[in-house]
Design a protein around this ligand. Structure first.
Ligand code: GLU
Length: 400
């Protein structure tokens, strides 16, 4: 699965440090390089580099700005170089862009752009998106239309965030997660709500193909498939442990192992009334599939074991990436329970898309609130273990 991250801020505060710290808290998602673009209302300036996210001298040289976007990259196209790191700026200097994902048809698109006379400076698929937008800009139309026209040409799952010279932020979510946070004096845009949780727990949840335009503190969201404007509704996220500091512990794994004395209790705080809907559906189900990938896949195995051996339920755990071999025998009478820490596991989302197609009931056990997997589910349950920064799962596994 692809992880990496985006983080942006626009508002009354100085964005430089906010975005830098935001990238630090997205570190757990894995990355090989990173970058920041700021807009000081005169022009866009970019700093990018390979390796660890540290307070580099060059960052201090960036002008203080109220709007900035940042990116942690996990290279898929082109080596891990400063040049290939994001953001990538347009030649017309009007905008700069970050991307999470893969442009699957990038070589065809690149060839046709080269035929039009564009020369590429990086090996990334990202630069193709930049050039496609620039190409649309040649024919006078609103910038929003340039982005959507270019975006429609892309194959694959791609989430993009764009900062313009006019100090506007645009984004499209598709595949990789993206969530908006609203604080008293500004707007955040990030891959997870955890990264801006020190500043706000008021969030706007996004769906795939949502087009976001932030201008002068105003947020507009249009879904580019339905072409409908969306109500900008805010939700309050109640996360119990948002403490993402290592504290007295030598490393996160140790901290998270010790936290289990609370997190196991937290995970079991559901009342009988809250559990009733899932119990009813388990009883009614022809068969119960429990799906997950990685460590969550092992938790799924445990859940299936308990359901079979304690409750006598026909329960089967399946690794998300092997689920296709069950599609033939999957029916609308089956219940699918998805287990995921992030709530964004791509393989597991694919299973749920199949299950939805077959009209199965869906339940999920997720650690991160407001994420895709829980929003796809009829029954949403949360492990409430708080952020798990260490890549090796401990407290979330036991909570699942
Ligand atoms: N495909 C892009 C690249 O290789 C983005 C990868 C990412 O999601 O970080 O630069």
């Amino acid at each position: 699965t692809l992880m990496c991250g985006d983080f942006g801020y626009t508002g009354k505060q100085i964005a430089n440090d906010l975005v830098f710290q935001g990238l630090e808290s997205l570190e757990y998602r894995g990355y090989d390089s990173w970058g920041i673009a700021v807009n000081d209302k005169q022009h866009i300036q970019v700093f990018k580099t390979v390796g660890e996210i540290t307070g580099r001298e060059e960052l201090k040289k960036l002008p203080l700005a109220n709007t900035a976007i940042g990116h942690t990259r996990w290279a898929t196209h082109g080596g891990v170089t400063t040049n290939n790191a994001h953001p990538h700026s347009s030649e017309n200097k009007f905008f700069t862009l970050v991307q999470n994902g893969i442009v699957e048809n990038y070589s065809e698109l690149k060839k046709s752009l080269e035929q039009k006379g564009y020369t590429f400076k990086t090996q990334t698929d990202t630069e193709v998106i930049v050039k496609l937008i620039e190409n649309e800009q040649k024919i006078k139309k609103p910038f929003k239309a340039c982005i959507t026209k270019a975006f429609r040409l892309l194959k694959g799952r791609n989430t993009i965030v764009i900062l313009t010279k006019d100090n506007d932020v645009y984004a499209i979510r598709n595949g990789s997660p993206l969530v908006i946070g609203k604080s008293k004096d500004g707007i955040f845009l990030a891959s997870d709500a955890l990264s801006f949780s020190p500043y706000t727990n008021k969030v706007i949840l996004l769906d795939d193909y949502d087009f976001i335009h932030i201008s002068n503190g105003k947020i507009e969201i249009t879904n580019i498939l339905s072409k409908k404007k969306k109500d900008v509704k805010t939700h309050i996220l109640k996360n119990k442990y948002v403490d993402i500091n290592k504290g007295k512990y030598a490393h996160y794994m140790l901290k998270e192992i010790v936290e289990q004395q609370n997190t196991i209790i937290n995970a079991t705080q559901y009342s009988k009334k809250e559990l009733k809907p899932i119990i009813e559906d388990i009883k009614k189900a022809h068969r119960v599939y429990i799906v997950g990938a990685g460590t969550a896949g092992f938790a799924a195995g445990q859940i299936a074991y308990f359901l079979r051996n304690i409750s006598g339920v026909d329960a089967q755990d399946v690794k998300s990436y092997e689920f296709k071999s069950y599609v033939n025998i999957l029916s609308s009478k089956d219940l699918v329970i998805a287990v995921s820490q992030s709530g964004e596991t791509a393989d597991t989302i694919e299973v749920l898309e199949i299950a939805k197609g077959k009209k199965c009931k869906i339940a999920s056990i997720v650690n991160m609130l407001g994420t895709t997997i829980s929003r796809m589910s009829n029954h949403q349950y949360f492990t409430n273990a708080g952020p798990e920064i260490c890549v090796a799962s401990t407290k979330v596994f036991t909570a699942q």
